[in-house]
Design a protein around this ligand. Structure first.
Ligand code: CA
Length: 222
């Protein structure tokens, strides 16, 4: 396999490249995010092993940018121990798997093999419905060129709609997708937030994309 290792710590980077080489793989080393972007865009790799903690452009930014450039090479992200936040964020930016440091070399090999078997999969990190785009990782929403400022809950609700474009969703489905707190499920919180959303994503743009579906709930149409 042809592998790209992105790691700024010289010792670990060399160790990984040598170890992978001994296993019969051709491994290249990038020591900065910029270098990684350049190499991963220029050459077809089977798997990229990407450290999160890099100076300058970090692993998250590299992964997001690769996906934005439609490079779908499987990415195994190396995260700090117990940094659950990093793992979630990493998967949001389009990484395929993660491994926490320190790790056993045999586990790294197993993960790389599993990812290579799966092959590249197109998973756009941007959700798009018509000219409305939502970036889960960057927490940004745009209508065309204009950025829309949403609260965390409005954002969560819109994300549920955008993952199910054109589908009539019940209030319960919307609650389950956007809210964790059980006590809120007794209120008309969905209706209230749909109203807020319409004021932000539709009304200023003279649209009516967030439709009421009588007897069911709501639907987002392009
Ligand atoms: Ca590092």
């Amino acid at each position: 396999m042809r592998l790209l290792v992105v790691e700024d710590e010289p010792k670990l980077g060399k160790l990984l490249v040598r170890g992978l080489g001994e296993e019969g793989h051709a491994a290249d080393l990038a020591v900065t995010g910029d270098e990684a972007l350049w190499m991963a865009t220029a050459a077809p790799y089977d798997v990229i092993v990407l450290d999160v903690m890099l100076p300058g452009l970090d692993g998250m930014a590299v992964c997001r940018e690769l996906r934005a450039r439609e490079v779908w090479t499987p990415v195994l992200m190396l995260t700090a121990r117990d940094a659950i936040d990093d793992r979630v964020k990493g998967l949001d930016t389009g990484a395929d798997d993660y491994l926490t440091k320190p790790f056993a070399f045999s586990e790294l090999l197993a993960r790389i093999r599993a990812l290579a078997r799966r092959g590249p999969s197109e998973r756009p990190t941007l959700l798009q419905v018509g000219d409305l785009t939502l970036d889960p990782a960057a927490h940004r929403v745009m209508r065309g060129e204009q950025e829309i400022d949403l609260s965390a809950k409005e954002f969560g609700l819109l994300e549920v709609f955008m993952r199910n474009p054109g589908v009539a969703l019940t209030r319960v489905q919307l609650l389950d997708g956007a809210w964790d707190l059980a006590f809120e499920s007794t209120s008309n919180v969905v209706d209230v937030y749909v109203r807020y959303l319409r004021e932000k994503i539709d009304r200023p743009f003279n649209r009516t994309t967030l439709e009421t579906v009588r007897g069911v709930g709501y639907r987002l149409v392009p």
